[in-house]
Write a new protein. Structure first.
Length: 125
């Protein structure tokens, strides 16, 4: 059971147009990333038991992650290697190391999930 439908993404979230096939791929990848963000507190089973307000936040977060993936290379975003340094003649490029996984998470999804408690890093559920 997907967390969102294409209609949720286009009509409720007002996301950028994505073809049906691409949307299905991006939704599954985004759902997995959002589950990872929540340290797997979010599952299809826990989602079905959530209050409607919390479900709405999760749906928006998945939509935000879909849009972020689409804008940053699609479903292959988390499979690509990031260039950290390079030199060509006298030109040199260097990028500081970022927190592991930081670039895969949509900032909007993190903001939407923050008040739900699903991002809590402490012990227990």
């Amino acid at each position: 059971m997907p967390y969102i439908t294409r209609e949720d993404y286009l009509e409720e979230y007002r996301g950028e147009e994505i073809g049906e096939e691409d949307f299905l791929t991006l939704e599954r990848r985004a759902a997995g990333i959002v589950e990872e963000m929540t340290r797997y507190r979010l599952t299809e089973e826990s989602f079905s038991a959530m209050a409607e307000k919390m479900k709405a936040a999760v749906k928006k977060a998945v939509c935000a992650q879909v849009q972020y993936l689409e804008a940053n290379g699609g479903a292959e975003l988390d499979n690509s290697a990031e260039l950290l340094t390079g030199t060509l003649g006298k030109f040199s490029f260097s990028k500081g190391a970022s927190e592991k996984g930081q670039r895969y998470y949509a900032p909007g999804a993190l903001r939407l999930l923050a008040p739900t408690g699903l991002l809590y890093k402490g012990g227990g559920l």
